[in-house]
Design a protein around this ligand. Sequence first.
Ligand SMILES: N[C@@H](CCC(=O)N[C@@H](CS)C(=O)NCC(=O)O)C(=O)O
Length: 209
Amino acid sequence: MKLYYKPGACSMASHIVLNEIGAPFDLDKADTETGRTESGDDFRKISPNGYVPALVTDGGDIITENPAVLQYLADRASNTGLAPPNGTLERTRLQEALNFVSSELHKSFSPFFSGAELDGKARQQVEAGVGRRVAHIERSLADDRAYLLGDTFTVVDAYAFVVLNWAGFVEVNLDAWPKTQAYVARIAARPSAIRAMVTEGLIEHEQVA
Ligand SMILES: N[C@@H](CCC(=O)N[C@@H](CS)C(=O)NCC(=O)O)C(=O)O
């Protein structure tokens, strides 16, 4: 398998999951502006919408869209608990959470990365939108569960972690949501997440416990 990624972008969720699974995979860094990848591939042919993640399967099929890529990976390693079995209510809960992270939480951060100046009232409005979505994560963790679906780490936790971790980069304070902060720290300490962050250049080797 081969994952096309951008450092620290949402594709890092799939990178973390690939590390969790432990099967061999290749990484190829995409430059979404030039449309080229580090290995010289034409990224627009791989991902016509021009964004990461894009996963090439061992059979040569290309999968895009975070919820699809993450569930595909989890289903290739059904012994890991990264996704509940298809057809169960628990799987529907995973899909519910993936859709929330994808269409609500992830997209609430998008204005920070649009390239447009974001200050004053505009920034306040964007922060308020992020806050409403983080409040939902906080409510989901209200019963002190370790992960969004309960005691087991699933693919949605990898995705939520990557997105919530952006708060630090764009200087959005998460102090109002302590369970969410603890949740982010819990996932940041997983070897799979540490390895992905080191490989993508977000943290130095020295920071690894
Ligand atoms: N709907 C897509 C959105 C993916 C997306 O927003 N990817 C961003 C990075 S997080 C991207 O590649 N944006 C283009 C760019 O950075 O140039 C999905 O869920 O996979």
